[in-house]
Design a protein around this ligand. Structure first.
Ligand SMILES: [Fe+2]
Ligand SMILES: [Fe+2]
Length: 471
C-alpha cells in the first residue's frame, strides 16, 4: 500500500478520513519539529543527507533514496498491512480474533507498554546528537542521520497509537515524550540505558549493536500483540530496526578489521600508539553496553510481564515457532536465586519469567554477531576472543543487582569489584583516548584511521559518493 504524501503527515492509515485525529497530530507536529531542532543532531539543519524515506510498506521497494535536508524529512505513519483473519497467538485470549480497537480492560497496560517503547526512540536521538561533529566518514555520517530520522519516525509511530486510541491521556503522554530528555536530572528518560551518553563513535556502533537489538526484541514481542494496530506498527518498525543493527555490526566489524591490520603491521597488541582501538578497549565497551542492555529487559521475575502475556498484549520472541500451548498456565521454570552462599535456583511460574525468556533470546542473538567478530580476529591469526560478560556482571536491575561479579561470572566482594572495574569497564582514560580519535573526516571516500572502509556503499552508490552535502 502506497503512502499518501499529499497529506501534511504522510501515512498509510487513511489519516485524511479522520479529521479529528489528523488535527490532533498536526498540533503535535510543530512541537516535534521544535524538539528535533533543540534536541536532535547538532549543526545539521542545513546539510543535505542521502536518506531513505519510507514510501510504502511492501516488502520490495518500500524506500526512496535522495538527498534531503533533515528538518524537511517527511516523518510519516506506516503500519504493515493487516494479516487477514489474524487471531491472538497466546495468553488467555488465544485463538480469538485480534482487537482492532483497545480492549477497554487492558487500556492502562497497553498505554504503559507503548509509552515505555516510545520513550526510547527520541531518547536515542538525544543521546547521539553530538556525533555529527566527529563522523569518521561521510558514509558514517549519513548512517547516523538515517538512524536518527528513523528513531524520530518510531516516535511518530508510537505517538500515532497514543493519539488514535487513548484520547486525552494519550495526547498528554505524547506531549511528555518531548518533555523528558536523555540524561536530564529532573526529567530523565524512563529507562536508564537511554540516559547514558553516546558521545563517541565506538559507543555509537556499540549502541546500534546492543541497544537497538534490545529494540528489535521488544518490538518483536510487541509485534505478537493481540492489539492489531500495535502489532502492525511494530512489524513495520522492525524493517527499519534491521538497518540500525546493520550499522552497529558493520561498524564494530570495521573497527576490528582496522585494529587487526594494525596489530599485524606493527606486531603488537598495543595499537594505541598507531591510532587504533585495541581489543581490550573494544571488550570494555562490549561489557558496558551489553550489561546495561540486559537491565532493559527488567526483572527476571515480573508480574507485569506475566499479565502482559496472559492478556495477549506482549508475546514472546517468535511466539508461533515455540512448541508449547502458548498459555503456560501451571508451567514452571527454574531461575537463578541469590543466597548467602552464592547462586542457587528456585522454581517459579513460567508466566512470571517472560522478561528472562526475552533476555535469553537477546543474548543468543548478540552472541551470533560476536562469533562473526571473532572470525575476523582469527582470520588475522590473532589469539583473542571477544566475549559477552556473564549475566551477573554490572547489573542494576533484577536478581543480580544484589551481587558483584566479574565478566566470567565469579562472585566478588565490593572491594575486589571496585578494583576490577577498571579492567572491565571503560575508564576516564579510555574515554579520553577514544575521544582523542574522534576527528571528523568529510572528504568523500576517506575514513578516519581507526576504522576500515565499508565493503560497499548505500543503495548501490560507491563508497566515495557524497552522502552528505554541506552546502
Ligand atoms: Fe527505534
Ligand atoms: Fe533503532
Amino acid at each position: 500500500m502506497k503512502a499518501d504524501y499529499n497529506e501534511s503527515i504522510p501515512n498509510n492509515v487513511n489519516l485524511g478520513d479522520d479529521r479529528r485525529l489528523l488535527r490532533a497530530l498536526e498540533r503535535w507536529q510543530p512541537a516535534y519539529i521544535q524538539w528535533w531542532r533543540d534536541m536532535g543532531p547538532v549543526e545539521s539543519t542545513d546539510l543535505q543527507v542521502y536518506l531513505r524515506t519510507a514510501i510504502s510498506v511492501d516488502t520490495d521497494g518500500w524506500a526512496h533514496f535522495d538527498h534531503v535536508r533533515m528538518p524537511d524529512y517527511r516523518w510519516g505513519i506506516f503500519l504493515a498491512e493487516p494479516e487477514p483473519d489474524r487471531t491472538i497467538g497466546f495468553g488467555a485470549h488465544k485463538g480469538e480474533p485480534v482487537w482492532t480497537d483497545i480492549p477497554g480492560e487492558y487500556r492502562t497496560e497497553l498505554r504503559r507498554l507503548i509509552v515505555t517503547q516510545g520513550d526510547t526512540e527520541p531518547a536515542s536521538v538525544e543521546q547521539q546528537r553530538q556525533l555529527g561533529r566527529t563522523a569518521p566518514s561521510l558514509y558514517d555520517l549519513r548512517n547516523l542521520y538515517q538512524v536518527n530520522v528513523e528513531e524520530g519516525r518510531h516516535l511518530w509511530a508510537m505517538v500515532y497509537l497514543l493519539h488514535a486510541f487513548f484520547g486525552r491521556d494519550g495526547r498528554e503522554e505524547a506531549d511528555e515524550m518531548l518533555e523528558r530528555h536523555a540524561g536530564d536530572p529532573d526529567r530523565p528518560r524512563i529507562l536508564q540505558a537511554f540516559n547514558e551518553q553516546t558521545n563517541d563513535w565506538l559507543s555509537f556502533f556499540m549502541f546500534t549493536y546492543f541497544q537497538d537489538r534490545d529494540g528489535k526484541f521488544q518490538l518483536a514481542a510487541l509485534a505478537e500483540s493481540g492489539f492489531d494496530p500495535l502489532s502492525r506498527t511494530c512489524r513495520f518498525m522492525l524493517t527499519e530496526e534491521a538497518h540500525h543493527m546493520f550499522v552497529g555490526e558493520t561498524g564494530v566489524m570495521r573497527i576490528l578489521q582496522r585494529t587487526c591490520e594494525l596489530m599485524r603491521e606493527h606486531d603488537t597488541a598495543d595499537v594505541r600508539p598507531y591510532g587504533g582501538i585495541n581489543l581490550e578497549t573494544l571488550q570494555k565497551w562490549i561489557n558496558f553496553h551489553y550489561s546495561i542492555c540486559l537491565d532493559l529487559f527488567g526483572s527476571e521475575r515480573s508480574t507485569n510481564a506475566a499479565n502482559y502475556f496472559s492478556m495477549g498484549l506482549k508475546g514472546r520472541y517468535q511466539e508461533a515457532k515455540l512448541d508449547d500451548d502458548h498459555k503456560l498456565d501451571g508451567e514452571q521454570i527454574e531461575i537463578p536465586k541469590v543466597t548467602a552462599d552464592g547462586i542457587d535456583h528456585e522454581t517459579i511460574a513460567a508466566l512470571t519469567a517472560m522478561n528472562l525468556k526475552l533476555r535469553q533470546d537477546y543474548t543468543k542473538d548478540s552472541q551470533r554477531g560476536l562469533n562473526r567478530f571473532n572470525k575476523m580476529i582469527a582470520a588475522h591469526d590473532i589469539d583473542f576472543v571477544l566475549t559477552l560478560p556473564d549475566e551477573k556482571f554490572n547489573r542494576g536491575i533484577g536478581i543480580f543487582s544484589e551481587v558483584h561479579a566479574s565478566p566470567d561470572g565469579t562472585l566478588l566482594t565490593g572491594e575486589v569489584w571496585e578494583k576490577g572495574k577498571r579492567e572491565w569497564l571503560p575508564t576516564a582514560d579510555d574515554h579520553a583516548y577514544v575521544n582523542s580519535l574522534m576527528v571528523p573526516v568529510t572528504e568523500p571516500g576517506k575514513m578516519a584511521g581507526w576504522i576500515a572502509p565499508p565493503k560497499r556503499g548505500i543503495h548501490g552508490q560507491p563508497i566515495d559518493f557524497e552522502y552528505v552535502l554541506f552546502h
